[in-house]
Write a protein that binds this ligand. Structure first.
Ligand code: G3P
Ligand code: CA
Length: 276
């Protein structure tokens, strides 16, 4: 499969702007994605759902409540998957929290096609990490949107916590579909006895079961469970991590050889990791 990671040994991991430059602009908007690149990110990460009429749109939560709120009122509590694109296009996702005061009022919900167009306009070496929050039902529309984007398979990766989304993508690939890299996302919890769950062996087994090209892990797990990074590497899988705003942790992850680091502070992280 194609890979989005820096190919040369010893080079820095890719810096990925989490939900766009979401510390400085409202998450999952074109403004945040554009700013992510302006802040020096190699890639932007965004979260995506399928609308009621089959358009893929950027939003983190299933409910519109949090990011359509205004300082004086509550947001719309409906679910993004229950509304059509025409309905979704009217929402303002730039007025919640402090964003209206920072000049983002009226920022709309973008479609995946618009986000990919923005990435393509940045030129070669710029990438999109598309997190699927919806289920495997999104895959046909996703493959269609990716194909129409004109982006190369080295410029886009698909990530999902739902392993069945990855399984559906790799199945389509095995049936002659395009070669978009697909990474399985995993969070972790402390099991009985204090060990992290899933274990390194379980992470590798699940990634293999669904034919993933790599894994995208909660970053601290790599420090808490020293078996994780070597196990992922030994299995020949790419190793990506989220979400790292701590410079000391980022340096530890570079030493472990991660392929990318997803962060809310792309400029500061790149500056602190720069050699010399
Ligand atoms: O990069 C993966 C990370 O974005 C997963 O967490 O909740 O921010 O989508 P979340
Ligand atoms: Ca995400």
């Amino acid at each position: 499969a194609a890979r989005i990671a820096a190919a040369e040994a010893g080079s820095l991991p890719l810096i990925v702007a989490h939900r766009g430059a979401s510390k400085d602009a409202p998450e999952n908007t074109l403004a945040a994605f554009r700013l992510g690149f302006e802040q020096g990110a190699d890639a932007i990460e965004g979260d995506f759902w399928l609308s009621a009429d089959g358009v893929i749109v950027a939003m983190h939560d299933r409910s519109l409540a949090r990011t359509t709120a205004t300082p004086s009122g509550e947001g719309d509590g409906r679910e993004v998957t229950a509304l059509t694109w025409e309905e979704l296009a009217h929402f303002d996702v730039g007025s919640w929290d402090e964003w209206a005061a920072r000049g983002y009022a009226g920022e709309p919900i973008p479609t995946l096609a618009q986000v990919l167009e923005l990435v393509a306009a940045q030129g070669e070496g710029h990438r999109a990490i598309v997190e699927i929050k919806d289920g495997p039902r999104i895959v046909p529309a996703l493959l269609e949107t990716l194909a129409a984007s004109g982006l190369a398979p080295e410029q886009v990766a698909i990530i999902a916590f739902d392993a069945e989304v990855i399984a559906a993508l790799t199945k389509a690939r095995s049936e002659g579909g395009a070669n978009w890299p697909a990474y399985w996302l995993s969070s972790f919890e402390e099991g009985k006895g204090g060990a992290l769950e899933p274990s390194a062996a379980q992470v590798v087994a699940e990634a293999r079961r669904v034919g993933a090209d790599g894994v995208d892990l909660w970053a601290k797990a790599l420090v808490l469970d020293p078996e994780l990074a070597p196990a992922v590497r030994a299995a020949g899988l790419e190793l990506h991590v989220w979400t790292v705003d701590d410079e000391a942790l980022a340096r530890q992850l570079v030493a472990l050889g991660v392929d990318s680091i997803t962060t809310n502070i792309p400029a500061a992280l790149r500056a602190s990791l720069a050699p010399g």
